[in-house]
Write a protein that binds this ligand. Structure first.
Ligand code: UDP
Length: 249
């Protein structure tokens, strides 16, 4: 059993530090302890400053992982060296185990199915019990809810983008209360081969955002959040407003 998570604060939002996130989640999955995993990055933190509902959901999540380079660099400013844990890699590690009943929700029509097919080929015996694209009509939403209630998936990956996925999970996790729910952003696009991840050398140099900008230039406006985050981080550092290193009960 992994050690209890350490809790850090990034602009007042939680980040949990665990040596082995995947092992921690696997143990909760086995015990049927429902978990909402939030993948914290600079863009999400800046959205939470303006969106109180999102901030509340992030604070209530059982696990907030350091998904983005900005979060890692922020904590470095406070002399905390932590390892980045991209949400997509955590989801991949749980899927590779092949032990849980999985549901994929989100992405353009056909993308979640394509991602499921890729995974099913990669992990024989993986039990993907259902998929649903993320551009649903009210009737499809109703049907989706019925499906989740009936199938009781254990691992539910929701790729609707921030903050839609976080809010959706918080509102609907009661449908499968023992599941691990993760907001995975555009991960289905990557698994389905619609988009690609930044090369490792860019990610290692905290420059994954540059690759996203190259791949999706229309994101430039959203990416203005990054310098704003860096500025806020410096202000927080100068005023020492972050409490770090608290131990969770
Ligand atoms: N998406 C969706 N429904 C919507 C809006 C978006 O399913 O109403 C999907 C979109 O197809 C994409 C993902 O949500 O696969 C968002 O990916 P992005 O990389 O933008 O996520 P973020 O950066 O917000 O984590």
């Amino acid at each position: 059993m992994s050690k209890a998570p350490k809790l850090f604060s990034v602009l007042g939002l939680p980040v949990h530090l665990i040596d082995d996130y995947s092992g921690w989640l696997r143990s909760r999955l086995k015990q049927g302890i429902g978990t909402h995993v939030v993948t914290l990055n600079a863009e999400m933190a800046m959205q939470a400053e303006r969106n109180a509902a999102l901030a509340k959901v992030i604070r209530q999540a059982e696990l907030a992982i350091p998904d983005g380079a900005g979060v890692v660099l922020y904590l470095r400013l406070f002399r905390q060296r932590i390892k980045r844990c991209p949400g997509i890699e955590l989801a991949e590690s749980l899927l590779s185990e092949g032990k849980a009943r999985v549901f994929l929700y989100g992405g353009a029509p056909g993308v979640a199915e394509a991602a499921a097919a890729v995974w099913q080929q990669q992990v024989p015996g993986l039990n993907i019990v259902g998929t649903q694209h993320g551009y649903t009509s009210p009737a499809e939403v109703e049907e989706l809810q019925q499906k989740i209630k009936q199938l009781q998936p254990q691992l539910i990956l929701v790729g609707l983008g921030v903050p839609r996925q976080e809010l959706w999970i918080a509102q609907h996790r009661y449908l499968s209360p023992q599941a691990t729910w993760i907001g995975v952003g555009g991960s289905f696009d990557i698994w389905a081969g619609v988009k690609s991840r930044a090369p490792a050398w860019l990610a290692d140099n905290h420059l994954e955002w540059l690759y996203r900008l190259y791949q999706e230039p229309w994101r430039w406006r959203r990416m203005l959040a990054l310098p704003k985050f860096a500025w806020k981080a410096l202000i927080y550092r100068l005023t020492q407003r972050s409490q770090i290193g608290q131990q969770l009960p």
